[in-house]
Write a new protein. Structure first.
Length: 639
């Protein structure tokens, strides 16, 4: 991979856009009798040229250490979006598809390509009058700028909490955390709201006031900057949807998903909430009982207390302390173990490569081989730094097209970085996050198709999380973990009995966690399934939190300002639970034989390798041999 400065990256963007324009010219120059296959292939080449740069622009705007490159990548995304908007509103290009005779003799993938092209053109407003199309064009351009501003404020919106009493106020935190956060000259300690600091403090800090203050700081990221930005994002999306003839944005956003309609998404969220509430009520009762063992006068559990109290309940009920597994999860061992698990499961070989020239010295490059043949490349950008995306995600850099360049992707996380004196011990939650993101990676890298439009993760968006959530199951298996989770000092594999305790303790809190997910799902739907004028997102969040969970919104907080999914997923946060229902069904197909190469091959052939070449429901049925069911998810919820 070529290392870019701002100027060279801008030149690359212009080069790719010129190639895409040549592709559009070629499409328009096709003779009137051109076949559906020729029209589709010519049109698809435009998407391939755009794909060569759009993913890289998104990645660089999120992770590049050079601010000038990050800013240039944002400009690049604006240029790319402008070209795509023009293409989506181009009547000449649309008519090449509209004039085709889509007969039964067409190959299935060509018929699907044409049908999807026509669907997407009509959803973009290509058939509207000139004035409407011009307004759509302007709104699309405005939305790119607003969305980038929202994301940028979150990336730059990290906050800090100064603990004046220093380590004395951080009782309960593990020794390696304290060593990594030495006291300043005045005896204080400063913590960041990055996940590497936030999660341990909320889990382990004994001081209630420390957790309370940190919870407030964490939920004030990108505040007040994103208050107005979010309102503009909601308003412009609503105007775009109504301009296109839809009732609201959620109507438009759900139409091409598995769920089909915004009402179906709400019905799903309400069904899930109803199933989870009895489990959550019991768990909340356990939290309150635990709190009263500390403070007999306590009347309710506050949001900043939930993780800490859950840890105490797990210790009391299951004799399990989440710190007890950390010595087995040194970062390097986890990385190597997850990659080795992937090799064994899918019959590939993953080799560290020095050929790439990545964007930061800490980034690692790997090549994937099948036999002697290289089939993919990926990068690991795993540690926090200033100006970098703060969470975990897989960024698509290039989709795999038959006969073309190899697919590429990057995993971006924010795990603690190992040093000579610190092996960077992970929480088990971070281990499952690693598995999760590799699940996305495999979905992208294994999907190769002759059409760029069907390659990579090109399925319905509410199926996207299925492969990632499914791969988390491997992070709970004693047989899998014992292959790589060894004590960083003794080399002893993690004991099966300890994994059993881990799994038993994981049962606690599922109901409350599901209800929390449904809070976010219904919050997103409610912001987007109506005219947002007059809706205060902060007040709405507080109301829904009271109605849908057992916790009150902490006064003065503004979580919605840093809720990046309100931009990326918009109304469709329900996707995570929708996908979890399917992934639990898939996991039941593997059963206890998670390392079955035969099942993994069938899963790869019927799901991972299909990309967007079939409906997600059909892919799921092909793997399961039946339609999907709620049964496995409900069994998981009930424990």
């Amino acid at each position: 991979m070529t290392q870019h400065d701002a100027a060279s990256f801008s030149a690359l963007v212009d080069q790719q856009l010129e190639a895409a324009q040549r592709g559009l010219d070629a499409l328009l120059a096709l003779p009137s009798g051109a076949s559906a296959e020729e029209v589709s292939a010519t049109f698809d080449r435009i998407g391939r040229e755009i794909g060569e740069i759009s993913g890289l622009a998104e990645l660089f705007s999120s992770v590049h250490p050079d601010e000038a490159v990050r800013e240039g990548a944002e400009v690049a995304s604006q240029k790319i979006s402008a070209f795509v908007t023009e293409l989506n509103l181009h009547r000449g290009a649309y008519e090449r598809f509209a004039d085709l005779d889509v007969g039964d003799d067409l190959p299935g993938d060509v018929r699907r390509y044409v049908e999807h092209a026509l669907r997407d053109y009509r959803r973009s407003g290509v058939d509207k009058d000139d004035a409407t199309r011009e307004r759509v064009r302007a709104l699309q351009e405005e939305l790119i700028h607003v969305g980038q501003e929202f994301d940028r404020n979150i990336m730059a919106g990290g906050r800090t909490l100064r603990i004046a009493e220093g380590h004395a106020a951080l009782a309960g935190l593990p020794a390696d955390f304290l060593a990594a956060h030495p006291e300043d000259a005045d005896g204080s300690v400063t913590l960041s709201t990055d996940p590497t600091d936030f999660l341990p403090v909320m889990l382990y800090a004994d001081r209630d006031d420390v957790r309370r203050d940190f919870h407030k700081e964490f939920n004030l990221r990108a505040f007040p900057e994103n208050v107005d930005v979010l309102n503009r994002l909601l308003a412009k999306r609503h105007e775009l949807a109504t301009t296109l003839g839809y009732d609201h944005w959620a109507h438009w956003a759900c139409e091409d998903k598995m769920v089909g309609t915004a009402q179906a998404a709400r019905d799903f969220a309400e069904r899930v909430s109803a199933r989870a509430r009895p489990v959550g009520e019991s768990e909340f009762g356990d939290l309150l009982e635990e709190l009263r063992s500390i403070d007999p006068a306590a009347e309710r559990v506050e949001a900043w207390q939930s993780r800490y109290l859950a840890e105490r309940v797990k210790r009391r009920k299951h004799s399990f302390d989440s710190q007890s597994v950390r010595p087995y999860f040194a970062y390097d061992r986890v990385r190597d173990g997850i990659l080795a698990t992937t090799e064994m499961l899918f019959g590939v070989e993953i080799k560290r490569s020095e050929a790439g020239s990545p964007w930061h010295a800490s980034v690692e490059c790997y090549d994937v081989f099948e036999g002697d043949r290289p089939v993919a490349r990926f990068y690991l950008d795993m540690f926090p730094r200033d100006g970098k995306f703060k969470h975990a995600a897989m960024f698509q850099m290039r989709s795999g097209v038959e006969g073309g360049a190899l697919p590429e992707a990057a995993l971006v996380c924010n795990f603690p970085a190992p040093t000579d004196s610190d092996p960077a011990l992970l929480l088990h939650d971070q281990v499952t996050t690693f598995f999760h993101e590799v699940g996305h990676l495999l979905h992208h890298l294994f999907s190769i198709h002759r059409f760029h439009g069907f390659a990579g993760i090109a399925c319905e968006w509410d199926f996207v999380e299925v492969p990632s959530q499914l791969y988390e199951e491997w992070g709970w298996s004693a047989g899998v973990l014992q292959r790589f989770a060894t004590h960083h000092e003794t080399g002893e594999p993690i004991p099966e009995a300890l994994v059993d305790k881990l799994r038993a303790a994981e049962e606690f809190g599922k109901g409350m966690n599901v209800m929390g997910q449904m809070l976010y799902a219904q919050f997103a739907l409610t912001l987007y399934d109506r005219d947002p004028a007059g809706v205060d997102p902060g007040e709405l969040l507080g109301q829904l939190q009271r109605d849908l969970t057992f916790f009150e919104k902490v006064p003065g907080t503004a979580m919605q300002c840093a809720f990046g999914h309100l931009h990326g997923y918009s109304s469709n946060y329900y996707t995570y639970m929708w996908s979890l229902v399917i992934s639990k069904d898939f996991a039941s197909e593997f059963g206890s034989d998670l390392m079955s190469a035969e099942k993994a091959k069938r899963y790869r052939d019927t799901v991972l390798g299909q990309g967007g070449s079939d409906d997600a429901g059909a892919m799921a049925a092909a793997f399961l041999g039946r339609e999907t069911s709620f049964d496995a998810w409900e069994a998981w919820l009930q424990g």
